[in-house]
Design a protein around this ligand. Structure first.
Ligand SMILES: [Zn+2]
Length: 331
């Protein structure tokens, strides 16, 4: 790990300054080196998740309870701001403490140094991570796949007979993430699975405040991947990092002839029962809509991009679809 080198340098300097010199100058140098090493390890996010880079940061290491999937391992796309990496570690540890032997499978974070990551629109500035779902078999045992698998709102996967979306482990993960101090701003996940998790949380009596926070943070992005095969977690800009841009800029302006009224505006607290209405078409890379996490998330809306103005209704008019600070860019 890059930062480990700096720490060992710092330790060497501390040792030599204590032994060799009674005056204070080396200690000041040492303090600066230690501070720089800590800052480098923390990482600096520059630009936005869709157009940015990462200075320093931390590498997510495999442990007994966290593993980067083989499919996503090439390229070393496992770097992030320290709060993101440590949050993933804490959340996975929480799950494995409750369900011994559990392993959180992780997809891409960012590259060392950040920047473009393959097919992803975001993941550029050390603030994004893809987390696979916990999946179990009929006996409740965790099972694994080589790649991320799409799950419907009823908890089944059409491509993986016998596999079940693991409500208990996945809720434990989400519960830990939303209570973490890493400043999570988004958890992209399909609306049916969001509803399923909130229904489960209510059923097991999870604290109201945690359920409300989870309801606020979990969202299905519009005009992007439905996120029915993984959670995409994003943290906010750390305090004081002025080069960090909180939300992706719209990639292109889209004009619409009129703004359609959303078909559904139902509250989801308490959440409606999960449905299996999930759209699995190829993802649209069109401009996403602004997120309305508390209102625009009924299961009936799940993946229903036909109600999304960016899927149709796009032509030449004056209404700009995406707000300037559109936070939704989840893939
Ligand atoms: Zn992602």
């Amino acid at each position: 790990m890059r930062s480990a080198v700096f720490f060992s340098v710092a330790i060497t300097l501390i040792t030599s300054s204590v032994v060799a010199s009674p005056n204070s100058a080396p200690k000041m140098v040492t303090a600066r080196v230690v501070a720089n090493a800590a800052a480098l390890r923390f990482g600096k996010s520059v630009g936005s998740p869709t157009d940015g880079h990462l200075v320093g940061g931390e590498r997510l290491e495999d442990t007994s309870y966290v593993k980067v999937m083989a499919h996503d391992a090439p390229g070393d796309v496992r770097w992030g701001l320290s709060p993101l990496v440590s949050m993933i570690d804490r959340a996975a540890r929480t799950v494995t403490k409750k369900f011994p032997g559990s392993v959180l499978e992780v997809g891409h974070l960012s590259r060392s140094g950040g920047g473009d990551v393959g097919d992803h629109a975001s993941h550029e500035s050390g603030r994004d991570a893809d987390l696979a779902f916990y999946v179990k078999n009929s006996e409740g045992k965790q099972v694994f796949s080589d790649s991320m698998v799409k799950f419907a709102g009823d908890g089944t996967a059409s491509t993986w007979p016998g596999a079940r979306f693991d409500d208990a482990r996945n809720w434990t993960l989400i519960s830990s993430i939303v209570q973490d101090n890493a400043n999570v701003t988004h958890i992209f996940v399909s609306s049916p699975l969001r509803a399923r998790l909130l229904a489960y949380a209510a059923k097991v009596g999870a604290p109201e405040s945690v359920r409300a926070r989870a309801a606020e943070l979990m969202m299905q992005p519009h005009g992007s991947l439905p996120h029915d095969d993984h959670f995409h977690v994003r943290i906010g800009c750390p305090a004081g990092q002025r080069a960090c841009i909180e939300n992706p800029a719209p990639r292109k302006k889209m004009h619409i002839t009129h703004v359609p009224t959303p078909k559904h505006r139902e509250r989801t607290e308490p959440p409606a029962p999960p449905t299996d209405h999930v759209k699995t078409d190829a993802p649209s890379r069109a401009e996403p809509q602004p997120a309305k996490p508390m209102n625009d998330d009924s299961p009936q809306n799940a993946g229903d991009s036909s109600s999304s103005p960016d899927a149709d209704d796009v032509s030449n008019s004056s209404a700009v679809l995406a707000a300037p600070n559109d936070p939704v860019e989840g893939d």
